[in-house]
Design a binder for this molecule. Structure first.
Ligand code: G6P
Length: 607
């Protein structure tokens, strides 16, 4: 959600800023801008549109060796050239980029306006530039410190001043900010992708920290100017991982990476001899794990759907009561933290503010919260009490795919280990373990059907409404299928438990509203088949995802995608992949931008 970048060093700043913004574009893409300092003046170029539109208006050989850049996901003020960042104060000497929301901006703006400040934009962010300008007396860091003392809300800010070339000040409260340490050059960015082409040495800033950066070094301090020593971390992602690598877009690349990413998530974590799983990093002894009486999972979006699947797993495999809840709801309902409950915060990015704030609220109440995250070094894993990295590699497309299947795998490993510590037999453990190990190859077989799924997507892409229906552990998968379709194709899609259709959604059924059923060969198969027949009886079109050889389902459905057979608890892996492909090819057929769907952003760092 909004990408910010800052640079000072010996390179051409506009080149570095534009390159960094391109990498950050998945965070927001309605407008963009850069500000470069040269000869004690700041030059700003900004516009509505994508980074390529900005690039087209940045003059060639735009001089200057320091500056800031921003790619916006609008919160306050419409999407237009003026509201695009960077923003300046009245003198034009202070420029800032901001990610987050300043909640008290209107009060501050009113006061500044009464004092004679003229505002040019409708944004909350502009107020920061004016405040810094007001406090500036020759030391930018001091002015930023005073200004942020007045701000309420969340921010990642990077700021420059025309009179202090090659210096930038960053401040963080609730929105991520990372410092990149290069040779004779320094970077600030919303995440490491912004600077990965230049350096892999990074420093993660925490909330309440300010960083004073010049091309020679940096100093980190708290809001009271007490110096804070920071460690430099090394990023082990490769540049190639954040490139399309021959695929037409990131989403297709990420869908097809799943056999590998699931394998990576399992690697070194399965114990064939004891038929169990091992997750380092939980920071819990076997005794503490045995004492867990309840598992609670908090997350948003696709990660929430993974958490829902996990809650079924914990109960079925480990017989531990479990539930998943939207993080945004947890935070504000004064949650009750029960003794011996174990919490999980699930987040691909590790930065989703709803999940982060809910985690902090739970921790304040004494809960132990583990993270299940992808982005190493992001805020949730840093602040959690332990956890698991899913090692999917960078996920760039806004619609999450490979992170979902790896989040599932992390939970399967955890559930298996908890089950084997309790009453699951060695034999059952082994059956599950063998099933888990077979998943990557089975996903390959599902992916091999891409042409058939593409044809199906094209057949139905003119539908205006869709139902996705599943039961039991595949009910959350139906929700995920509906979410994928609506996110990237903009077709209205609802996910339901197949049993629920008779309580309302069946009223929507007609020839133009297809229903996509998930029909594994589990104990609910017969029930789901009855639900399919109810739809057929009302002239509804039925698409089924069923198990190879299930002729009965093939006969009832208008169209069927067949997947390999697996253990009944493992179907979510194989059911979700056709749904990802179905959404993807539908969106392509409709000419949508699949990587950057309208109105959305990848890393949602506002509430
Ligand atoms: C955004 C993204 C979704 C994602 C959700 C949660 O809405 O567009 O794809 O599922 O955030 O993100 P997280 O990084 O916490 O998994």
């Amino acid at each position: 959600m909004c990408g910010i970048i800052g640079y000072c060093g010996d390179k051409n700043a506009s080149t570095v800023l534009l390159e960094g913004l391109k990498r950050l574009e998945y965070r927001g893409y309605d407008s963009a801008g850069i500000c470069v300092g040269i000869d004690k003046a700041l030059k700003i170029v900004k516009c509505k549109g994508k980074i390529k539109d900005l690039k087209a208006i940045v003059p060639e050989n735009f001089p200057g060796n320091y500056g800031i850049g921003h790619t916006r996901w609008a919160t306050h003020g419409e999407v237009n050239d003026v509201n695009a960042h960077p923003h300046t104060d009245g003198s034009g000497k202070v420029a800032i980029v901001h990610n987050g929301i300043i909640e008290n901006f209107q009060t501050l703006k009113n006061k500044l306006q009464r004092e004679g400040h003229e505002f040019r934009t409708e944004t909350d962010s502009e107020v920061i530039a004016h405040l810094i300008g007001t406090f500036y007396q020759g030391d930018l860091e001091k002015a930023v410190r005073e200004a942020i003392g007045l701000l309420k809300g969340t921010y990642g800010i990077v700021c420059v001043h025309a009179d202090e070339p090659n210096r930038m000040i960053g401040a963080r409260n609730g929105s991520p900010l990372v410092l990149g340490v290069g040779e004779h050059e320094m970077f600030l960015g919303s995440d490491v992708t912004a600077m990965m082409a230049y350096t892999k040495q990074v420093v993660y800033l925490e909330d309440g920290e300010i960083v004073d950066v010049t091309d020679k070094g940096f100093r980190t301090s708290d809001y009271d100017d007490r110096e804070i020593a920071k460690e430099i971390d090394h990023i082990d992602w490769e540049l190639q991982q954040i490139e399309k690598d021959g695929f037409p877009n990131f989403m297709e690349k990420e869908i097809f990476e799943q056999p590998e990413s699931i394998r990576r998530c399992m690697s070194g974590r399965l114990d064939t001899e004891l038929a169990t799983g091992h997750l380092g990093g939980l920071n819990l002894s076997s005794k503490e794990l045995l004492e867990v009486e309840r598992v609670k999972i908090i997350a948003a979006g696709t990660s929430y759907h993974a958490g829902m699947v996990a809650s079924y797993l914990m109960e079925s495999m480990a017989r531990i009561p479990a539930s998943a809840e939207l993080a945004s709801e947890v935070r504000y309902r004064n949650p009750i933290v029960e003794r011996n409950s174990l919490y999980f915060a699930v987040s691909q990015s590790g930065e989703t503010i709803d999940t982060l704030f809910a985690m902090r609220e739970l921790q304040r109440k004494g809960a132990r919260v583990l993270g299940i995250c992808n982005v190493v070094g992001s805020t949730i894993p840093r602040e959690s009490d332990g956890g698991v990295y899913i090692h999917s590699g960078p996920e760039i497309a806004v619609a999450s795919t490979k992170a979902f299947t790896s989040q599932l795998m992390a939970f399967y490993i955890f559930a298996l280990s908890m089950a084997r510590m309790r009453d699951m037999s060695y034999e059952t453990g082994h059956t599950l373990l063998d099933g888990m190990k077979a998943i990557p190859d089975q996903v390959v077989r599902v992916l091999e059907q891409k042409n058939a799924i593409r044809d199906l997507a094209m057949k139905y892409s003119s539908s205006e409404n869709f139902l996705f229906l599943g039961r039991g552990i595949n009910y959350p998968v139906a929700l995920e299928g509906a979410l994928k379709l609506k996110e990237i194709s903009y077709i209205h899609a609802e996910g339901y438990s197949a049993a629920e259709i008779k309580h309302g959604p069946i009223a929507l059924i007609n020839e133009q509203t297809p229903s996509l059923f998930l029909v594994p060969d589990d104990r609910l198969r017969e029930k789901v088949i009855s639900n399919m027949k109810e739809i057929k009886a009302r002239q509804g079109k039925v698409i089924a995802v069923a198990v190879e050889g299930d002729e009965e389902v093939g006969d009832i459905a208008d169209d069927t995608i067949f997947i390999p057979s697996t253990h009944e608890l493992l179907y979510p892996f194989l059911m979700v992949v056709p749904l990802q492909l179905f959404a993807y090819y539908t969106a392509l057929d409709l000419g949508r931008n699949v990587d950057q769907p309208r109105n959305l952003a990848k890393s949602v760092t506002v509430e």
